[in-house]
Design a protein around this ligand. Structure first.
Ligand code: NAP
Length: 450
């Protein structure tokens, strides 16, 4: 939005969000103990304060408003709704109780109104398994392991803090199908979890052996080298402090999930069945892939968090690449299909995870948005949005009409500011930056009050 507002004089930008609150990923995705990552909100708020920019919260694309209605109303529509679903394994037992996607768990501790009732059971077990070794997996593991006294001064949802305070989980297993050289996390995030003061780290020395292909991967990537070095160092640190208060973080490499096994009474998940793997060059891409060895083992646990990647969802009237989980596009210009004969959808653009797939940090998305805005400005210069024969698009006035017709009550930016003020005031009483309002009705109420 900022780039658009700066990029062209007189342009007006309306931001539509299905939640009553803005800032998507920063509010619902970024971990509560990473406040420095949330500072970017100040930049977003400055954009919203621009008189040419408006916010329409609590408006759902697909139900309150269709994509075709939007395209008839605005010259340009930019889809930025990210990835609100999850990759899955498709292996037996995946719907047992006690298995959650990392997204669900993250939304839960971040107070997302769709997950405030998740109520993960953290008291039936001492062991949690996290499947995947990316930065989201590290976030989830860290929240399970970190001292709750440290979490208490973050903006974590109050019910999540309570649940973590009474959690009986002492061991967290981070399971990767490949080795320490291929772990998807980055060095800074890894260093943080390895440094938790109340946690002993366990890594099998044997897993650290590297093949020529591993060495080659490390030569080509500084991050991989750093991650591997950190893991090696952690494996050799003598764990002197063995008092009972300490929790355990186990890195489990070369293990591919093959089955979720039920607990004895069958009521929840009780263990993971894992197959040992070896790495093989897959020939085509030169990537090392995990292949099963036919050797299996069980890992007992009472909760499993699947952290193997997010997935974007299609909406009515939008082309969608089901295999890659993205909207087919050319530098942000939405294409009519994935085929080679696809044409550009006039006035329709995409940014972020919906455009590239679920990887990259906030800064990556800012760059990605720049590319799309450049495409928009270029198309504008070509006069693509001024069709003298077509009807003039109504913009904001048209949107308000549609919302009125459908009886949709939107939350404007000053409604969010009321929520924000209340959250900050409630937070202050508890020495937290904010106490998030986590229920739909309470959010809508707070947005109206004041
Ligand atoms: P990710 O980095 O892509 O990691 C996904 C993990 O799941 C990898 O370990 C991957 O292993 C594994 N995986 C995928 N499919 C699997 C399967 N079928 N079986 C077993 N394992 C499987 O994704 P993410 O952790 O969801 O993070 C998303 C993006 O957000 C990343 O770019 C991340 O860096 C970013 N992020 C950043 C921060 C931060 O900067 N603090 C925090 C959170 C997220 P393989 O490599 O073998 O596929």
């Amino acid at each position: 939005s900022m780039k658009m507002l700066k990029g062209r004089e007189g342009v007006r930008v309306d931001i539509i969000d299905r939640l009553p609150t803005p800032f998507g990923l920063v509010r619902s995705g970024v971990a509560p103990d990473h406040p420095e990552t949330k500072i970017v909100v100040n930049q977003f708020s400055r954009v919203a304060a621009n008189p040419r920019c408006s916010f329409f919260g609590n408006v759902t694309l697909g139900s309150d408003l269709s994509l075709s209605e939007l395209r008839k109303t605005y010259d340009v529509v930019v889809l930025a709704y990210g990835a609100e679903s999850d990759r899955s394994f498709g292996i037996p037992g995946e719907d047992l109780r006690g298995i959650h996607s990392a997204r669900e768990f993250v939304w839960w501790y971040n107070g997302h109104p769709d997950m405030c009732n998740l109520a993960p059971d953290l008291t039936n077990t001492d062991s949690a398994v996290v499947l995947g070794q990316g930065n989201v997996a590290l976030d989830v593991a860290r929240i399970l392991l970190r001292c709750t006294t440290e979490l208490a001064s973050t903006d974590i949802a109050d019910y999540a803090l309570d649940a973590l305070r009474s959690s009986t989980i002492r061991k967290v297993y981070l399971v990767g199908r490949r080795g320490p050289v291929q772990a998807a996390c980055t060095a800074k995030e890894l260093r943080e979890i390895l440094g938790l003061k109340n946690v002993n780290v366990y890594i099998k020395e044997a897993d650290l052996a590297t093949s020529p292909a591993d060495k080659e991967e490390m030569r080509n990537s500084r991050i991989k080298r750093r991650v591997y070095e950190l893991l090696s160092k952690a494996a050799t640190v003598h764990q002197e402090n063995n008092d009972n208060d300490r929790k355990e973080l186990h890195f489990v490499f070369f293990r591919k999930p093959t089955k979720f096994l039920p607990s004895e009474d069958g009521s929840t998940v009780g263990a993971m069945e894992l197959e040992k793997t070896l790495l093989k060059d897959d020939g085509a891409t030169g990537k090392q892939v995990a292949v099963g060895t036919g050797e299996f083992e069980e890992l007992k646990c009472g909760i499993v968090l699947k952290s193997i990647g997010y997935k974007s969802l299609p909406i009515e009237g939008l082309s969608f690449d089901k295999y890659r989980g993205v909207v087919p596009n050319l530098r942000g210009r939405v294409l009519s299909s994935e085929s080679e004969t696809a044409t550009v959808e006039p006035g329709l653009y995409v940014v972020g995870w919906l455009k590239r797939g679920p990887t990259g940090i906030v800064a990556t998305n800012l760059h990605c948005a720049e590319e799309t805005v450049d495409s928009i400005l270029e198309d504008d210069r070509k006069g693509l949005f001024t069709d003298p024969s077509g009807p003039k698009r109504q913009g904001r006035r048209g949107l308000l009409e549609i919302l009125e017709q459908k009886n949709a009550r939107y939350v404007p930016f000053d409604g969010w500011e009321k929520i924000d003020t209340k959250e900050k005031a409630d937070g202050e009483l508890k020495n937290k930056p904010r106490e998030k309002i986590t229920r739909w009705n309470e959010l809508l109420e707070a947005a109206r009050e004041g």
